[in-house]
Design a protein around this ligand. Structure first.
Ligand SMILES: Nc1ncnc2c1ncn2[C@@H]1O[C@H](COP(=O)(O)OP(=O)(O)O)[C@@H](O)[C@H]1O
Ligand SMILES: [Mg+2]
Length: 411
């Protein structure tokens, strides 16, 4: 079968995806050329089209989660959803103790919807692989399916939220909600309500550079303290997953898709930065192996370095700057295309599972900083986090944090 016939099949398979895979679609559209650009763009625009649950249905769902008489546990409970969620919807309420809360209530039957979507995704990826060998995507599929299945379990998400609260407890520019476990079940997550504005809403008012810088700095901290101190990443830098506080700090939300890395992986991330900075080819090669890439020829390493240089470049020079200095919004895509062609030419690579959320976060957050026009000394912010890096200390910190909050270690 030729490439264009495959492409048509791929399109019809992806067209059959339901709501939850919006997230996967967005994931894929940030992995350089995991999908042909035209589909990636189409997928990134998919919206949850499930109709909101109406009040009678919400009441029944709440009764199944908390039992009859659940209304007595709230002083107030909004009849209408305050926000849509990818697997359900969020209602605002107040507990009888007077705490303002957000209740994320899952739609029924989500496990089977997720499984159906994952089957479609597997089909799409294997078809894609037959037309294109730049990325061998079996591990990408494994990673996405595992994260997506974890997202179904709100008790797990509550533990992951506590983990973020712990990791960021000294970071006063970032607020993390606290789960209320007596009002939480695998399909209902009740947490403290955080007041804040959407980033888009703030940007629409053309705030001064100082404001944009403060917000960008808060986001940088929210993402990279957990990564470089604990080896944990929030895998979903989507605009709906944080809000701006009135003092330009941020509320970080949505802990459904996080990733706990092996401590040694972080060593690889830092080594790769140093290798790119110093143009040290052997070090780069070793760093990729530390990340989990295998069988890399010198040629493939060169191609991967083009991508790494794109991501690390803003961190190299000690000065205030935009995250990307070319004015060309297509620049990132052009690099991705060049890298993709290079990988095709040299026989392709199999990205390790860790690569998926790392790359997604770097690209997602980078494009937010770009959109904000923030001008910061990224180099200094990065060095403040990594200069004291020590793999054994990170391992100890990570293990004790996971134990304290009860997140099952996935590695
Ligand atoms: N603690 C909270 N306080 C206020 N609003 C919240 C809170 N948690 C979630 N929301 C709102 O609900 C939306 C969906 O929640 P989120 O956890 O991101 O769901 P999903 O995992 O489905 O993406 C958010 O974009 C936000 O608008
Ligand atoms: Mg979300």
């Amino acid at each position: 079968m030729n490439r264009s016939a495959h492409a048509e099949d791929l399109k019809s398979i992806l067209g059959g995806l339901k709501g939850p895979l919006m997230k996967v679609a967005q994931f894929l559209s940030t992995i350089p050329d995991a999908l042909p650009p035209e589909y990636a763009a189409e997928l990134a625009q998919l919206q949850a089209n499930a109709p909101p649950m109406g009040w009678p249905f919400v009441k029944r769902r709440m009764t199944s989660e908390l039992g009859t008489g659940w209304e007595g546990r709230f002083a107030e409970f909004g009849r209408e959803a305050a926000a849509a969620a990818s697997l359900g919807q969020v209602h605002r309420g107040r507990t009888v103790e007077g705490q303002d809360v957000a209740c994320k209530l899952q739609y029924p039957d989500m496990p089977s919807v997720v499984e159906a979507d994952l089957r479609q995704l597997r089909l799409a990826l294997s078809l894609y692989h037959r037309m294109d060998n730049a990325l061998q995507n079996d591990d990408i599929y494994k990673e996405l399916s595992e994260r997506l299945r974890e997202e179904l379990d709100y008790v797990r998400e509550a533990a992951q939220m506590r983990l973020y609260g712990l990791m960021l407890r000294d970071a006063h520019d970032v607020t993390v909600p606290e789960p209320l476990m007596t009002l939480t079940t695998p399909r209902l997550l009740t947490m403290t309500w955080l007041p804040g504005r959407s980033l888009q809403g703030v940007l629409d008012e053309n705030p001064p550079l100082e404001t944009r810088n403060q917000i960008a700095r808060s986001l940088f901290i929210a993402w990279y303290i957990p990564l470089y101190r604990y080896g944990v990443i929030h895998g979903d830098p989507h605009l709906g997953n944080y809000q701006v506080r009135s003092d330009n700090g941020v509320n970080l939300l949505d802990f459904g898709a996080i990733r706990v890395f092996r401590p040694h992986f972080l060593r690889g991330v830092i080594d790769l930065f140093e290798a790119i900075r110093d143009n040290d080819e052997d070090k780069a090669h070793n760093a990729y192996e530390g990340w989990g890439f295998t069988g890399l020829s010198r040629e493939k390493t060169d191609v991967l370095n083009q991508w790494a240089r794109f991501l690390y470049e803003p961190l190299i020079e000690d000065r205030v700057r935009l995250i990307q200095e070319t004015n060309d919004p297509q620049y990132g895509r052009e690099i991705a295309q060049k890298v993709h062609q290079g990988l095709q030419r040299t026989g392709g690579v199999k990205p390790p599972r860790e690569f998926v959320l790392m790359d997604r976060s770097a690209i997602g957050l980078g494009s937010v900083f770009l959109r904000m026009g923030a001008k910061l000394n990224w180099h200094r912010m990065f060095h403040e986090l990594i200069d004291s890096f020590n793999e054994d200390e990170l391992a100890a910190r990570q293990a004790s944090a996971l134990t304290e909050v009860g997140v099952p270690a996935s590695l």
